[in-house]
Write a new protein. Structure first.
Length: 180
């Protein structure tokens, strides 16, 4: 299935989980953890292979995932897995988890930003960048940094579906494309 199709199919499940989490005390953190753990489990090849077994019934798939997750699932989480299994939607859990996290960050007015730089960014620079982005976007900014020396200089900033490429390598690539 195409990525856009997966997102479209997963969206109502993510919204349902988010809506339910909003109504629960500590629901956001609980559902976030459950969905992230489920997504991590489903990304494991051995779990995927086990779920692809045509002999397994819906109940078997549900029982396997619930057993795998153990105490990390609430009763509602178990029911959620059961519904997804019943409609053959277990493969959507990683996409549901990603969409849930976006809904959660929008609700909490936070934004995760990945900054890739050619050189280490010290904590003072990270704080100034977080403040500048926070003022512009009206959100609390969580910054993760990474060093990629192939950028030569500058930075690449990724926030949700926005990418700002202000690296020397990016500029050279754009110049090369303009000249060809």
């Amino acid at each position: 299935m195409a990525e856009a199709e997966l997102s479209t199919i997963a969206r109502p499940y993510a919204r349902a989980a988010f809506s339910f989490a909003l109504d629960q005390a500590d629901g956001m953190a609980t559902w976030s953890t459950m969905l992230q753990l489920l997504a991590a489990a489903l990304n494991e090849p051995i779990v995927q292979a086990a779920l692809d077994n045509p002999v397994l019934t819906t109940e078997d798939e549900t029982r396997m995932l619930v057993g795998l997750m153990g105490d990390n699932l609430t009763n509602e989480g178990r029911n959620f897995i059961g519904v997804l299994a019943e409609y053959d939607r277990l493969a959507l859990i990683p996409t549901i988890s990603s969409q849930f996290e976006l809904l959660k960050s929008n609700h909490e007015k936070t934004l995760d930003v990945a900054v890739t730089s050619a050189f280490d960014i010290n904590s003072d620079e990270q704080n100034r960048l977080a403040i500048a982005l926070g003022e512009r976007l009206q959100r609390d900014i969580n910054i993760e940094t990474e060093v990629d020396q192939s950028l030569i200089g500058g930075v690449v900033i990724r926030a949700e579906d926005t990418v700002i490429d202000d690296s020397v390598r990016g500029r050279l690539d754009r110049l090369s494309q303009a000249l060809s």
